[in-house]
Write a protein that binds this ligand. Sequence first.
Ligand SMILES: [Ca+2]
Ligand SMILES: [Ca+2]
Length: 205
Amino acid sequence: MLTLSGVHLEANTAKDGGALAAVNTQLYAVRTSVVLNTSSNLTIHLEESETEFDNLLLYENQFVDSFSGLYAEGGSLTVTNATIAGNYVGIYTQETTVSVRNSILFDNEYALADDSNGPAVWDVMYNDVYGNVTNYYGLNDPTGLLGNLSEDPGFVSWTRNLSVGSDNLRLGPSSTLVDMGDPMVLDTDGSRSDIGAYGGPGGGW
Ligand SMILES: [Ca+2]
Ligand SMILES: [Ca+2]
């Protein structure tokens, strides 16, 4: 088991996994920020791994030839309280058991995408998927069900411009995603969880 806590991955370049790659690995990552990396085959590239991300920031990652974003092939992927913006794909999987909860996917080309041969096995609850060119690809759009929303997240500031200097992906005071996460999950202040990377028990970063 590989554990990452409070790791910031910025401006790296690699072919498979511009920031992070794992094959046949158990990986737990909490409070991970991944920005401005460049890949030719996905920013986070996971194969046949059991992977869990809590409080993930993944934004403004670029690509050459192929895609940027988070990719998993086989294994399992659990993403809770992520904010994923300005990548080519948000989360893209093939033959993976996927859980995505309490997460924001905004301003990507594809937000949640599955390209499995069989039916997609996705558990998708209490997310906000909004403003992507394609919000859902290869799986049903669950907006309005199980706490899934499609609303402007109301970040403090966001510009998709290949730079992160002026981005602040915390929820602004008028955001409708405050207290709209899984009611069984609490924030550090004891309130119902907020959606996004700054919600949930690990959200105080
Ligand atoms: Ca930006
Ligand atoms: Ca809250």
